[in-house]
Design a protein around this ligand. Structure first.
Ligand code: HAM
Length: 425
């Protein structure tokens, strides 16, 4: 028996319908109501895109990429995230010819070779959104408000909390980084071995080390928010003011740095309750330097990505498993002659837009009726000997147990007069 790959879980019924499709449909409708359009990029890209875009010293690029050489000898990488590919496509397709602001979203699998644990996978799924081309704080506020709308008001996740920070830009960040690194260098002995490496390569990442001693060392360190240049400070003040105007609650978190190098100014994460250590359901921020880094003209942008597995974990916890809702029509037959009619009836029902199933397993009529009831259908169309002789079907309402006779020719019309859930796909 060949097993699936560790950290790459299957999504099996009934979760597809009950959670994945619902989350995706809710998110698509909501993002489109904010005037975002879908973009789909390939699951692999040239390795260089992520190395330059995400940053050489990051965990993702150093340790987590699924990189391989294809038959032509080119180095490709399964996308660990969707921002760099979106920006690559934006540049390649004439900035989507949309005027100054392009607003796009994507849904799909991402790949990171992380150590699998609860809420952390090697193949996982994101719903992401990117607003490319405008620098003003209104864009930050709208992007964050949209994500808050999705998580809190549309999906009703429990315990949603927005952590907000500004990490400065190319003008003020390098000096802050140096100050922070100097402070940490003085406390090198208190840091874990990983943070010794971070101190050299990416000192700001020491801020989100989980080690207690490192956290204690960070506690008194300089904070990014206190070292912002005037334009970054004014930008952040305005973002916060606008968030207040649309009633988005947040907690300032001056230790939030994010794990990708491309961020500037506004950085944020949303956490939710019931997730344990991996409690970030979404993260994002401004990345005003990324487009230049990958070879485009200076272009400001901001975006986020939601981790679908984590959101669904929260939805499941909040909603419980619940009974599987009844849906569709089962067409049961008594014998070979009725089986031919059943195929025809099911075909007509499907053409009319209904969800319908027939007896493909060769079950006896009594077993079919039991299956229709236990299999959570709404109605059962029964084609027995008598029905075949009289040219009319018995239609049983499986919720109430009542039944009626309906002439074959009127079956589709009869169902069309029923509630919409019969047709629900
Ligand atoms: P990220 O914080 O790396 O950001 O990922 C966003 C979300 O994806 C996380 O908050 C988490 O919910 C989920 N996620 C990340 N890694 C895993 C994993 N191994 N298993 C399960 N879920 C995971 C980005 O990817 C940025 N591209 C977001 C962004 C868009 N920034 C600007 N635009």
């Amino acid at each position: 028996m060949i097993q699936g790959v560790r950290g790459a879980p299957d999504i099996v019924p009934p979760d597809g319908k009950a959670f994945w499709q619902r989350l995706e449909a809710t998110a698509r409708a909501l993002l489109e109501s904010y005037d975002y359009e879908e973009i789909r990029t390939p699951v692999f890209e040239r390795t260089e895109l992520f190395v330059r875009g995400i940053g050489e010293g990051t965990d993702i690029v150093e340790k987590e990429m699924y990189t391989f050489q294809d038959k032509g000898g080119e180095s490709l990488t399964l996308r660990p995230e969707g921002t760099a590919p979106t920006v690559r496509a934006y540049l390649e397709h004439g900035r989507f010819r949309k005027g100054s602001l392009a607003k796009v979203y994507y849904v799909g699998p991402m790949f990171r070779h992380e150590r699998p644990q609860a809420g952390r996978f090697r193949q996982f799924h994101q719903i992401g959104a990117e607003a490319i081309g405008v620098a003003g704080p209104q864009v930050d506020a709208e992007v964050i408000e949209m994500l808050d709308h999705l998580l809190r008001h549309a999906l009703h996740l429990p315990g949603v909390l927005l952590h907000l920070n500004s990490i400065g830009d190319a003008a003020c960040r390098p000096a802050f980084r140096e100050r922070f690194a100097a402070y940490m260098r003085d406390r090198k002995d208190e840091l874990c071995p990983d943070c010794h490496v971070r101190l050299e390569k990416n000192p700001l990442r020491i801020m989100d080390c989980k080690n207690g001693r490192c956290q204690a060392a960070v506690a008194g360190a300089p904070k990014a928010a206190d070292h912002l240049c005037e334009p970054c400070r004014a930008h952040f003040v305005r973002v916060r003011d606008l968030l207040q105007a649309v009633s988005v609650p947040y907690a300032l978190n001056d230790r939030l740095v994010r794990g990708l190098d491309y961020y500037t100014r506004t950085a944020f994460e949303f956490t939710a309750s019931g997730l344990g250590a991996q409690n970030a359901v979404a993260g994002g921020g401004r990345y005003d330097g990324l487009i230049e880094t990958i070879g485009g003209p200076p272009t400001p942008a901001i975006g986020f990505a939601v981790g679908m597995e984590r959101v669904i974990h929260c939805m499941k916890q909040a909603e419980g498993a619940g009974p599987v809702p009844r849906r569709g029509i089962y067409v049961a037959n008594a014998d070979e002659v009725a089986a031919r009619k059943a195929v025809e009836v099911a075909h007509d029902l499907r053409l009319a837009g209904f969800r319908a199933a027939t007896n493909l397993e060769g079950r006896k009529l009594s077993r079919q009726l039991g299956h229709a009831d236990g299999g959570s259908y709404l109605y059962c169309v029964i084609l027995g000997e008598r029905e075949m002789q009289q040219g009319e079907a018995t239609v049983r309402d499986l919720t109430s147990g009542t039944q009626e006779t309906v002439p074959f020719a009127e079956l589709t019309a009869w169902f069309k007069a029923r509630p919409a859930e019969v047709a629900a796909p």
